[in-house]
Design a protein around this ligand. Structure first.
Ligand SMILES: [Fe+2]
Length: 273
């Protein structure tokens, strides 16, 4: 059989990776890189149509819990506000609501892992105690301080195990500044300390993808809509902490692992009757 495509063909070359990593990680680079038309307009429009106009979160998703919502096999979640802002959390383990959204999410996760120099599969399959990418579709229609300025995985992480200066986040833009919403939106602090609003300053359109350094400060602010504007719509790919499945969590609680005679000895030692 003729050689048509090989595993290496679908990977970035060394030269491309060098250039991309220099843009992201070197102090002379901006700390972000844009892949324009990563998703062609027809597919981007389809994704927007599904999540902005067709999705019925009350039927398809469960309202997210404030603490430790993610575990293997957990449902897809949503959060919403009165003015119509919505966040959908769509784990890879299903159900698949929209095939295009799911395939694009996998492709972006793979691209990010390649650039970070990490194994793609490490955050695709959930296991308790690990982290797993849970793609989000976010629709923001109004607000002042929507996500306050902060960084992730930087040197100021309270738990040193969470420091990882190579970590990247990806934002797939699914709306256009001033056409679909007004104000600022996502604001990122570059490697040289200057702030950039990608959508406004880089003139992003729906389907453009940005990979950016997670430890650099970032925020979402000042968004408003008028008339039939849909809002600031994008997809994000945060690695989420994965807890134990709820039933197994009860069975494997620390207390349950201590044998009864040992419990009596401990209680006696600490003076508990
Ligand atoms: Fe963040």
């Amino acid at each position: 059989m003729n050689k048509i495509i090989t595993f290496e063909d679908i990977l970035l070359s060394g030269k491309e990776l060098d250039r991309i990593r220099r843009e992201l990680y070197h102090s002379s680079g901006p700390g972000f890189i844009i892949f324009r038309e990563f998703v062609r307009r027809q597919i981007a429009d389809h994704i927007v149509e599904y999540w902005v106009r067709q999705a019925k979160p009350e039927v398809s998703h469960t309202r997210i819990k404030p603490k430790n919502p993610f575990y293997p096999g957990c449902p897809a979640y949503f959060a919403g506000s009165l003015e119509g802002s919505r966040t959908y959390y769509n784990p890879f383990w299903g159900p698949i609501f929209d095939v295009a959204t799911n395939e694009v999410s996998l492709a972006i996760s793979q691209l990010r892992a390649k650039i970070e120099g990490k194994a793609f599969g490490r955050e695709i399959f959930p296991y308790p105690g690990g982290k797993c990418t849970v793609p989000r579709v976010v629709i923001t229609r109004s607000g002042k301080t929507i996500v306050p300025p902060h960084s992730d995985y930087g040197m100021d992480e309270p738990d040193p195990a969470n420091v990882d200066l190579a970590r990247l986040q990806a934002t797939l833009y699914l709306s256009e500044h001033q056409k679909d919403y007004n104000g600022s939106g996502f604001v990122f602090t570059r490697n040289d300390g200057k702030q950039v609003c990608f959508a406004r300053d880089e003139k992003l359109v729906s389907g453009d993808l940005v990979l950016w350094r997670y430890p650099n400060q970032h925020e979402v602010r000042d968004i408003s809509v008028v008339g039939d504007q849909i809002g600031f719509v994008r997809m994000l790919f945060p690695p989420e902490k994965i807890g134990a499945p709820q039933k197994m969590g009860r069975k494997l609680s620390l207390r349950s692992l201590v044998p009864a005679p040992m419990k009596r000895i401990i209680k006696k030692a600490i003076g508990v009757k």
